[in-house]
Design a protein around this ligand. Structure first.
Ligand SMILES: [Zn+2]
Length: 433
């Protein structure tokens, strides 16, 4: 594996609870890079002439035009008074530090990142002002025809596909500032530690998958645990199988989960904040979904497992049990989820939230485990004194092949058998939307 240092300084952003693209910033006394508030005559400078124009307006001698009005209404109260005139004059005399709208001029993000651009203000002395993002609509250079940036339904900017795009931040008072965003699509990895257990999370988004391109964000309320019913296909191998667009005529299944997990760690393929197509029901729009990879060495006959050697598989099962419970502990902490809201696909079906699958309970029970045991293990991890810690993200080249540097249960079984979880479960619809 070829690890590189953290060259982009990307910050991960948790999905917000804002309901619209217009965001209320409190307080925001904002001045644009192009035109500053107080520049009433729009000559690029704030001078005594501007203060005088405000004075004449407030005295009803001559009136400031509608276009220039916001630049004289310093406190945004809808009228221009002597107070606004004084405010401008204080700037002229150097008595005020000028309020400033602070937006990064340049930013590099990974595909799937969400950001609010860290819009900040300096020297605020005003009430509420709203602002919105205007995205220039630049199209990606990856040949998909998808935009570089999108605005999510939660009011965040999503780094959608590779390329460069410009975001203009505009205040309700008509002021603007710009940020140039470069989006890249690289593989990242980080390590989560819970109660002495380390779990590697490798992230490479399936940017061609229709789910990634068609869906928006949701309020994360829980987690659905799945298992693949596809013996011997490891977590990293699903990337090439599912990073395909059905819409564009490639073979795929119109499915996508947020992550696959095996004995080597987690491979994240969708942003957790975005709707996944994993459970074929309402839980798609409320739950993170991940698949635990089932090991080689047995097969399905219809929906029934045959030739499964519990004793031989126990070592693998113990590893995925630890990895999956650590992963859920991390997600519970990261997204403020209750352990009670971790359910299996089977339980999602019983709750009327998903299709009639039996995973992963049908596999867990071979090892004497239930979903209640699973939730109890996650709960115990969350109660541990060491808590949940997460390392910095590192960038790595390509999608690491687990066979290069890890001993994996998948290695010893040679050819991957051509099972498929959806054939096993009898889904004819091909869609788990
Ligand atoms: Zn499932």
């Amino acid at each position: 594996m070829n690890k590189k240092s953290n060259k982009f300084g990307v910050k991960s952003v948790v999905a917000g609870v804002l309901s619209a693209a217009i965001i209320t910033a409190v307080p925001l006394y904002a001045y644009a890079a192009e035109r500053r508030k107080g520049d009433v005559d729009n000559d690029g400078k704030i001078t005594v002439k501007d203060a005088y124009a405000a004075l004449r307006h407030s005295s009803r001698v001559s009136f400031i035009s509608q276009d220039n009005f916001p630049y004289a209404d310093m406190n945004d109260d809808g009228v221009i008074t002597l107070a606004d005139c004084i405010e401008i004059q204080r700037i002229v005399m150097g008595m005020n530090d000028e309020p400033t709208l602070v937006v990064p001029q340049q930013l590099t993000l990974q595909c799937g990142d969400r950001t609010d651009l860290d819009v900040k203000t300096v020297n605020n002395n005003n009430g509420n002002v709203t602002y919105s993002y205007i995205i220039d609509g630049a199209i990606s250079n990856d040949g998909t025809g998808e935009p570089v940036l999108m605005l999510t339904n939660m009011g965040k900017i999503k780094a959608h596909h590779p390329g460069t795009s410009t975001v203009t931040v505009k205040t309700s008072t008509g002021l603007t500032a710009k940020c140039t965003v470069t989006v890249v699509n690289e593989t990242t990895t980080k390590t989560v530690s819970v109660a002495g257990n380390n779990l590697r999370i490798t992230k490479k988004l399936m940017t061609r998958n229709d789910c990634y391109n068609d869906e928006d964000d949701y309020n994360i309320q829980g987690i659905v645990v799945h298992s693949t019913a596809t013996p011997g296909v490891s977590a990293s191998q699903w990337y090439s199988m599912w990073n395909l667009s059905y819409k564009n005529g490639e073979t795929d299944r119109e499915v996508c989960v947020h992550a696959f997990l095996d004995d080597t760690g987690v491979y994240q393929y969708l942003p957790f904040e975005e709707v996944g197509w994993h459970v074929g029901g309402a839980a798609n729009r409320s739950h993170i979904g991940f698949e635990i990879c089932e090991p080689s060495g047995f097969y399905y006959s219809g929906n029934v497992i045959s030739g499964y050697d519990v004793y031989a598989q126990q070592g693998y099962f113990d590893k995925i049990w630890t990895n999956a419970t650590v992963f859920c502990a991390y997600l519970c902490r990261e997204y403020n989820l209750s352990v009670d809201n971790i359910i299996s696909h089977r339980e999602a079906n019983q709750l009327g939230l998903g299709t009639a699958h039996g995973d992963p309970d049908h596999w867990f029970k071979l090892h004497g485990k239930t979903m209640n045991d699973f939730r109890a293990s996650v709960s115990a991890l969350l109660r541990s004194s060491s808590g949940v810690s997460v390392s910095d993200e590192e960038y790595i080249e390509g999608l690491p092949n687990i066979y290069d540097d890890e001993q994996s249960v998948f290695e010893s079984f040679g050819e991957v058998p051509q099972y498929d979880m959806f054939d096993v479960w009898g889904d004819n619809s091909r869609s788990l939307r």
